[in-house]
Design a protein around this ligand. Structure first.
Ligand code: GAL
Length: 646
């Protein structure tokens, strides 16, 4: 199922019907519109102009397209900002953000909540029952352009209320944060400030609560919109388009209110911009394809966020916003789309129908060029739509053999208190993920506390704040579990776990972390494991335990422990180590391990196996002898795919 993002407000009305007809001809079924159109819907306060939108929806719908209507709250118009200047967000230096791009509001503004409530209600009343509007998108890319956290007066007011709600009494907050240190004690919630602009670092507990508060504000803002839409648009789905790795709010929490998790996939821009970090060599090698695990990581993450998920925006050609914006290698738009379906996407929708030759994104390709002729991506979609139509329906995705426990709060904890510059949660998760994917294994992302019963192997790259539900899920998991460094190391308020780390994890593994150290780049510790030396940088721990370690540092201290079904890594692992270690574990557990050559990736959906070639050489696929190929063959060409039953 294919779709496209379209901006009728950018094009003369006379074009709409032809555009719609061409979308259908191309095999597109969904069209997302409206998410930035507030100033066209309400050019002056309370003067509503519906006629154009009525007509646009009617025209698209009549052509056989299903409309996904965006609420326009990512772009409050100028008159609104002038009338209610308090809606503006503030940056970390306490400066208000200006009108002139987008996302210039703070989630905490009371005036903005009211205005958003008003415009969403008006839209929902008008189009909630419209037969052509199949579903809704709330806002656009929450958190984009660093807008989750805001540091203005409205934020401060809301933060104090949030703290009061959480702690009840100021003494409880003082105790939890340890405010006796440096005389940071408060006498009332009204005395608490925001944690930015302190002389040296603010109390990490203060920051963590501010991060939690900021995340909750996004969830509440979205929920407000969802409630309105549910009331006026019964039976229509609601999605939001999340971004490439943007951990500033808890997507698991927010998605509880949605039907579908959408996400916006720009593999080339993400590779160039280190959305997940790539070496210089990888950036060059994969400049025109994207890193082979870049899109897949997010597909798997968002499938974990919500079983129903879409790619709402798929890169169709060069973009405008990365440091460098090359053209995708021929075939990649098709490959990326197939890859999303292989990972379980319900719909892939391209951004955008036509390149708009003005304003910020004039260099951003669309399926069509600004001169109205089809662009390269268009022809790839044409081919793909034909292939899709010819193929039998894909079987549903089974649970993957491996679960990766992913936690937004862990990202916040290590951002606030890395205790060593290289300790970045995203990078650690990314390493575990890549190691598993290079072994040919499929991976499900799972939030802490969710059931792990379906999995033979579970990796927990790190989970600093280990709550009871998560511990219970680990205890009940039948498979083998591997925990990364710093798991269980922190209390709810970011103190050191009582009884020392790994705190509650000691119930599963008798180890105690008595010292931690962080290592500057180039400073390596040697780890001996499986008869070989491996390197450990960034982080290592000193462990006290009655257990015999399975790997040791050069000084004889234990680096890796196993006890019953549980393993613990007392250092920051390199990718090659993880690949060997997890490969060995997976092999022992009888999982389908296929170490893959550079640039080749696999993904299973039921009994169907997809092979994706991100490299510039033909590659044989690990298909069983006599396998039936649904697409492609036993050797997959560069930037091409093969699909077989296996
Ligand atoms: C997304 C955004 C779109 C557009 C696109 C350009 O982040 O949702 O509105 O800006 O990027 O690649």
């Amino acid at each position: 199922m294919l779709g496209v993002c379209y901006y009728p407000e950018h094009w003369p009305r006379e074009r709409w019907a032809e555009d719609a007809a061409r979308m259908r001809e191309l095999g597109l079924r969904y069209v997302r519109i409206g998410e930035f159109a507030w100033s066209r819907i309400e050019p002056e306060p309370e003067r509503l102009e519906w006629a154009w939108l009525d007509e646009a929806i009617e025209t698209l719908g009549q052509a056989g397209l299903k409309v996904v209507l965006g609420t326009p709250t990512a772009t409050p118009p100028k008159w609104l900002v002038d009338r209610y200047p308090e809606v503006l967000g503030y940056d970390i230096y306490g400066r208000p953000r200006r009108f002139g791009s987008r996302r210039h509001y703070t989630f905490s503004s009371r005036a903005y909540r009211e205005q958003a409530r008003r415009i969403v209600t008006l839209l929902a009343q008008r189009y909630g029952q419209n037969p052509y509007v199949a579903g809704w998108q709330t806002d656009n890319e929450y958190g984009c352009h660093d807008t989750t956290r805001s540091y203005g007066p409205e934020d401060l007011r809301a933060f104090r209320l949030w703290l009061e709600e959480r702690y009840g009494q100021i003494e409880v907050l003082n105790e939890a944060w340890g405010n006796v240190f440096w005389s940071m004690v408060y006498r009332s919630f009204d005395e608490v400030e925001l944690p930015n602009q302190t002389v040296t670092e603010a109390n990490p507990a203060h920051w963590l609560d501010f991060y939690r508060f900021s995340s909750d504000q996004v969830v509440a803002f979205n929920r407000m919109q969802v409630e309105i839409l549910r009331a006026h648009a019964p039976g229509r789905f609601i999605l939001h388009n999340f971004m490439g790795y943007t951990p500033d709010f808890d997507h698991f929490k927010l998605a509880k209110d949605l039907d579908i998790a959408g996400w916006d996939s720009y593999p080339l821009g993400f590779t160039d911009m280190d959305v997940l970090p790539c070496s210089e060599e990888e950036k060059r090698r994969y400049a025109r394809t994207g890193h082979p695990d870049m899109a897949a990581f997010h597909h798997d993450l968002y499938r974990g966020v919500k079983p129903r998920w879409w790619v709402v925006e798929q890169q169709p050609g060069p973009v405008n916003w990365a440091h460098h914006n090359p053209s995708p290698a021929p075939g990649m738009v098709r490959l990326w789309t197939w890859e999303a379906f292989a990972h379980g996407a319900e719909v892939v929708s391209y951004f955008r129908w036509r390149q708009f030759p003005k304003a910020q994104e004039q260099f951003h390709a669309g399926l069509n060029r600004p001169d109205f002729l089809p662009d390269v991506g268009f022809f790839e979609v044409q081919r793909l739509a034909r292939e899709l139509a010819a193929l039998p329906p894909l079987p549903p995705s089974d649970p993957a053999p491996v679960a990766l426990v992913f936690d937004y709060e862990a990202d916040w904890v290590y951002r606030i208190q890395p205790q060593g510059q290289g300790f970045v949660y995203r990078d650690l998760v990314w390493r575990f993920y890549q190691a598993l994917r290079r072994l040919g294994l499929d991976v499900d992302f799972v939030p802490p506390g969710a059931s792990l019963r379906a999995y033979k192997l579970v990796v927990v790259p790190s989970l600093p704040i280990l709550r009871e539900e998560a511990l219970a899920a680990f205890q009940e998991a039948p498979g083998v579990l591997v925990f990364g460094p710093r798991t269980g190391s922190k209390t709810e308020s970011l103190g050191i776990s009582p009884g020392l780390p790994p705190g509650p994890l000691q119930a599963l593994l008798p180890i105690r972390v008595t010292r931690v150290e962080s290592l500057r780049p180039g400073l390596w510790e040697r780890v001996e494991w499986a008869g070989r030396d491996w390197q450990a940088g960034v982080w290592r721990e000193w462990i006290e335990s009655p257990l015999l370690p399975e790997a040791r540092f050069a000084d004889g201290r234990g680096a890796l422990y196993h006890h019953q079904r549980y393993g613990y890594l007392a250092f920051w692992p390199e990718l090659d180590f993880l690949q060997s270690y997890l490969g060995q574990l997976a092999g022992q557990l009888g999982l389908p391990v296929h170490p893959l050559p550079e640039g080749l990736r696999l993904r299973r959906r039921g009994g169907v196996v997809f092979a994706f070639n991100y490299s510039d050489r033909p590659q044989p696929v690990p298909a069983p002898r006599g396998a039936r190929f649904l697409l492609g063959g036993p050797v997959v060409a560069p930037y091409d795919i093969s699909v077989f039953e296996g």
